[in-house]
Write a protein that binds this ligand. Sequence first.
Ligand SMILES: O=P(O)(O)O[C@H]1O[C@H](CO)[C@@H](O)[C@H]1O
Ligand SMILES: O=c1cc[nH]c(=O)[nH]1
Length: 291
Amino acid sequence: MERIAESELIINPDGSVFHLHIKPGELSDRVILVGDPGRVESVAAFFDKVDFEGGNREFVWKTGVYQGKSFTVLSSGIGTDNIDIVLNELDALVNVDFSTRIPKKEHKSLKIVRIGTSGSLQADLPVDTWLLSEKAIGFDGLLNFYERRDEVSDLKFEESFVKSVGFQNNLSAPYVVNGEDELLKQLDSNAVIKGVTISAPGFYGPQGRVIRLPLAMKDINERITAFRYNDFRITNYEMECSAIYGLSALLGHQAATVCAIIANRLAGTYSKDYKVVVNRLIEYVLNALAK
Ligand SMILES: O=P(O)(O)O[C@H]1O[C@H](CO)[C@@H](O)[C@H]1O
Ligand SMILES: O=c1cc[nH]c(=O)[nH]1
């Protein structure tokens, strides 16, 4: 294996990885990813103890113990461009020897669960429900930069989606990737609803919101809500899941996403107190992973 140059994998003078400021050995195999840096404390509040903590920019993190199991909680900030940084640096921390800069022969697989917030695209998915993403559709184009993108994507779903919805061809080609089966099973129960999640490269236009700017694809959300592929329907919008699923599949990590629905786009409603719902979801996920 080739040595990775200083410019490609940047290691800080203290031995931590460039953006995340985590050192090898400070990361647990179970990673909870949240968008909001403030949510890191909400997760860590459940820990019995915190062993390591740090942060840089929007990447705030703590590694601790919950019910005898070690966890790292890390914030990604908003967007799949940040997920490119997060997934590549998490992978380097466990799969590259930082002293030689050479990828390790044996690859470690992390369990990565995103706990997020999201907007519903179906009338029967009201605010304050929990949505487990079986599949993610990336409107962001990130995965298209990586070789083997087709190997981890559901190409038939992609083709059907682009045709049925009439997706504009001057946008990035949507990619569709599954969450990891075993992890999805671990997080499944009557308390969650399973669905297909779109990760958009923006909160407004890319999710069909009009404040003052009209949309290029006028009735895009109506077409997305009506779209069916086999037994699948599209359930919700958020901004990170597609890249987490895509890069985890390419790098050999297990990934799943569960979101609290905080807005229903059809009903025009917004949660009265979504933080309470997110807090319950955090406890649910920690318990499922600590089993
Ligand atoms: O609450 P988080 O995890 O940040 O998730 C959602 O909220 C942000 C937008 O408000 C985006 O990051 C979206 O994915
Ligand atoms: O509608 C929503 C709500 C939360 N996060 C999103 O990205 N979209």
